[in-house]
Design a protein around this ligand. Structure first.
Ligand code: HEC
Ligand SMILES: [Cu+2]
Length: 370
C-alpha cells in the first residue's frame, strides 16, 4: 500500500504543528493532514449541498408536505461505501503508526523519564546518572523574558547554561528508548517536535521511542493536568550531533562536584531533584513547608499519618524524605512524592536544611542567599 499520508506531510513548521524533527514526524503529520483534509472536504460539500437543497426544494406558500418514499441505489452505495473506505484508511494508518511507535528497536539507547509534581528526572542506563529537567530554572528564564529583563539572546545563553546540567539529552540518528514513570500522580511526556506523547502512570511503566534527525533544542512538556504546578512542568530536549558529543556531555552532567561543601551540594540537590517546586528557603509557604528555620523546630503531625509531634532533627528529616507518607506535617497536604535520592544526596540535602537554621546548629543565615 502506498504511504499516502507521507505525501501529505510537510517538512516545515505549519500553522498546526512545529517543525518535524523525528522519524515519526512524517507519518504522524501525514495522518493528521489526511483526517484534516477529508474533514474540510466534507464540511464544505455538506454545507454547500445543505444550502442549495434548502433553496431548491423549499416549499412554496400554501403547499402541503408530501411523502417521497423512494431510493437511489447508486447514491446510497456511494455515500455508505466512500466513508467506510475513508474511515478504514484512517484506522489503518493510525494503527500502523501506533504499532511502530510502541516497539522500540533493540539497538536503542535506554533512558528513564520519571515525572513528579512538578519536575522531570531523566536517568541514563549507560551510567546510571539522573539528570533533572530543571523546570524551575526554565520558568525563571521565561518570566524574565516577559518582564523584559532578558533579551532573546540573553535568554538563549541562560538556557544553554542550564542545559549543561539539565534536560533530556540524546544523540542524533540513534533510536532512543524512553521508559516513562510517575512518582505521584498522572503526568504525560510530550515532545511536540518529535510527535511523541506518552502517559506517565504511577505504579506502571510506559514506552516511547524516537530517532531525532536534526540537532537542536526542543520543548518538552507535561501534557496531563497534574495539579497546581502543571503548566510550569516543562523542560528541553537537546539533540547532539554525534554519539561522542552526547557521551561527553553525559559524563560531565551526571556528576556532582564532590569537593564542594556538603551544604552547597545540598542546595544543588534542592534545585536538581525538584524539592524547590514545593519547599522554599525564605519562609514563604509553597505546597510544602519552607525549610527556613525548619531544622530543630517542633513539628506537629496530622492524624492522616502517624499523629504526634517531634523535633526536626537529622533522623526526622531523613525519614521524611525516604518515607514522606509516614508523618504528615499539620496544615499541609500529604503530597510529597518519594524522590529517590542517593545516600550522598540525602546527606547533602540534610546538611543544607540544617544550614538554614543557624540558631539550631546550622551555620549561616539563609536570607543572604536566594
Ligand atoms: C510535590 C511537592 C513536594 C516535593 C517535590 C517535595 N516535597 Fe517535601 N514535603 C511536601 C509536603 C506537602 C510536605 C508536608 C507534608 C508531609 O510532611 O508529608 C513535605 C515535607 C517535607 C519534609 C518534612 C518537613 C516538616 O514539615 O516537618 C522534609 C524534610 C521534606 N519535605 C524534604 C523534601 C526534599 C529533600 C525534597 C526533594 C528531594 C522534597 N521534600 C520534595 C511536598 C513536597
Ligand atoms: Cu505533570
Amino acid at each position: 500500500m502506498i504511504q499516502l499520508p507521507i505525501i501529505l506531510a510537510d517538512s516545515e513548521p505549519s500553522f498546526w504543528l512545529p517543525a518535524p524533527v523525528s522519524n515519526f514526524a512524517g507519518p504522524v503529520d501525514g495522518d493528521f493532514y489526511f483526517v484534516y483534509w477529508v474533514s474540510i472536504f466534507f464540511l464544505v460539500l455538506i454545507t454547500l449541498l445543505l444550502g442549495i437543497f434548502m433553496w431548491k426544494f423549499r416549499t412554496p406558500p400554501g403547499a402541503h408536505a408530501q411523502s417521497h418514499k423512494d431510493h437511489h441505489i447508486v447514491l446510497e452505495v456511494a455515500w455508505t461505501g466512500i466513508p467506510i473506505i475513508l474511515s478504514a484508511m484512517m484506522f489503518w494508518y493510525g494503527y500502523r503508526g501506533y504499532v511502530d511507535m510502541t516497539v522500540p528497536p533493540n539497538e536503542s539507547i535506554s533512558i528513564v523519564a520519571e515525572a513528579q509534581k512538578w519536575a522531570w528526572n531523566f536517568s541514563y542506563a549507560s551510567n546510571g546518572a539522573t539528570i533533572p529537567g530543571m523546570s524551575e530554572d526554565f520558568n525563571d528564564v521565561r518570566a524574565r523574558i516577559r518582564t523584559g529583563e532578558l533579551t532573546a539572546e540573553q535568554a538563549e545563553a541562560a538556557e544553554a547554561k542550564i542545559l549543561e546540567k539539565a534536560g533530556l539529552h540524546v544523540p542524533m540518528g540513534v533510536p532512543i528508548d524512553v521508559t516513562v514513570m510517575a512518582a505521584d500522580v498522572l503526568h504525560a511526556l510530550f515532545i511536540p517536535a518529535f510527535r511523541v506523547k506518552k502517559d506517565c502512570v504511577p505504579g506502571r511503566t510506559g514506552k516511547l521511542w524516537f530517532i531525532a534527525n536534526e540537532p537542536g533544542i526542543y520543548d518538552l512538556y507535561c501534557a496531563e493536568y497534574c495539579g497546581q504546578g502543571h503548566s510550569w512542568m516543562h523542560s528541553k530536549v537537546v539533540v547532539h550531533e554525534t554519539v561522542e558529543e552526547y557521551e561527553k556531555w553525559l559524563e560531565v552532567a551526571g556528576s556532582y562536584d564532590e569537593t564542594l561543601p556538603f551544604k552547597e551540594n545540598g542546595k544543588i540537590v534542592w534545585k536538581r531533584r525538584g524539592c524547590i517546586s514545593c519547599h522554599s528557603i525564605d519562609g514563604s509557604k509553597k505546597v510544602g513547608p519552607s525549610w527556613d528555620g525548619m531544622f530543630g523546630s517542633m513539628r506537629k503531625f496530622a492524624a492522616t499519618g502517624t499523629p504526634g509531634e517531634a523535633v526536626a532533627d537529622e533522623a526526622y528529616i531523613q525519614e521524611s524524605i525516604r518515607f514522606p507518607m509516614k508523618k504528615i506535617t499539620e496544615g499541609y497536604p500529604p503530597q510529597m512524592p518519594v524522590v529517590k535520592l542517593t545516600d550522598k544526596e540525602l546527606l547533602w540535602v540534610t546538611e543544607y536544611i540544617k544550614s538554614l537554621s543557624p540558631d539550631s546548629g546550622g551555620t549561616e543565615s539563609p536570607r543572604k542567599e536566594n
